[in-house]
Design a protein around this ligand. Structure first.
Ligand code: AMP
Ligand code: MN
Ligand code: MN
Ligand code: MN
Length: 284
């Protein structure tokens, strides 16, 4: 079993169509794939040919942007009913916030003499506009020389075109995911640039909010960091998840299905051993 439970298509800020993502997962021997676009589940409507379940089990997913302690924290939902009304309403609201944020960035860019962001975004296949798209636009216009440069100088916390958004709270994301029959997983916990005490508090509060799992293994993770994530996961009574956070084949360090196996201390607590997991598979 190789479960990649975190991946993106071009419905958010990935570069592949859903069908191409599925093919890449098959090529990389993934047996369980969750497509988890940012605040969007529309990829599941664009799958032309479902994979043979003997080769690949598809799982519904989403990655919801939340505000916690004035920061953006990502909660992955797995295996829910994607037609659930409360889920659809939340994702609509989040997508609207994403559009509004892009419009506000466009105004800031125009003031700096950089025009055309909205027109550029309208040409894309995505439904959930991300700063990743704005970064591409800045690179195309020669304003930024790379993604990391675009985030550091223009779009990140101290960037000059930064715009904040009122994402939902973690508790709301968890409640909506579970209300739709899914499992809620804290995404890539060591990627939030927060101190260790704050990270511990985040995980404790996520567990107190009834979150069920956290990602323990993901692309490029240092083995020592993974061991520490495993400890935090077990200490907080959470289930351990794995996923690449794949966006595009050009980022070779984040390829679909390419991450370390869970450490031994999580052997009995993998998210696919959770009592709610069979229902997750059925929901896809
Ligand atoms: P958003 O969800 O619109 O806030 O955009 C965040 C997305 O941008 C993340 O999901 C990543 O895909 C991407 N991203 C964030 N920070 C960086 C970075 N420093 N370098 C490259 N991509 C980044
Ligand atoms: Mn992304
Ligand atoms: Mn994320
Ligand atoms: Mn992601």
């Amino acid at each position: 079993m190789l479960a990649d439970l975190h991946s993106h298509t071009w419905l958010s800020d990935g570069s592949l169509a859903p069908q191409a993502l599925i093919q890449r997962a098959l090529d990389n021997q993934v047996t369980h794939l969750a497509i988890t676009d940012h605040d969007c589940v529309d990829a599941f409507d664009q799958i032309e040919e479902r994979p043979n379940p003997d080769a690949l089990t598809l799982i519904t997913g989403v990655e919801i942007s939340c505000l916690w302690d004035q920061r953006e924290i990502h909660v992955v939902g797995l295996g829910f009913d994607r037609h659930d009304a409360a889920l659809q309403a939340l994702l609509q609201r989040q997508q609207q916030l994403r559009w509004q944020r892009a419009q506000d960035m466009d105004i800031k860019l125009q003031k700096a003499g950089i025009t055309g962001l909205t027109r550029y975004l309208e040409t894309l296949p995505c439904r959930a506009i991300s700063r990743n798209h704005v970064a591409d636009f800045l690179i195309e216009r020669g304003v930024a020389r790379s993604k990391s440069h675009a985030f550091k100088n223009h779009l990140g916390d101290r960037g000059r075109f930064r715009v904040s958004a009122q994402w939902c709270a973690i508790a709301e994301a968890v409640e909506v995911i579970q209300g739709a029959g899914g499992l809620a997983v804290l995404a890539h916990p060591n990627r939030y640039s927060i101190s260790n005490p704050k990270l511990r508090r985040l995980i404790q509060e996520f567990a107190a909010d009834q979150g069920q799992g956290m990602e323990v293994s993901y692309s490029n993770i240092d083995p020592h960091v993974m061991g520490y994530m495993a400890t935090l996961c077990m200490d907080n009574g959470l289930w351990a998840s794995t996923g690449s956070d794949f966006h595009t084949p050009t980022q070779q360090w984040m390829d679909i299905g390419k991450f370390r196996r869970l450490p031994a201390q999580c052997a009995d607590r993998a998210i696919w051993m959770h009592p709610g997991w069979p229902k997750c598979i059925a929901a896809a």
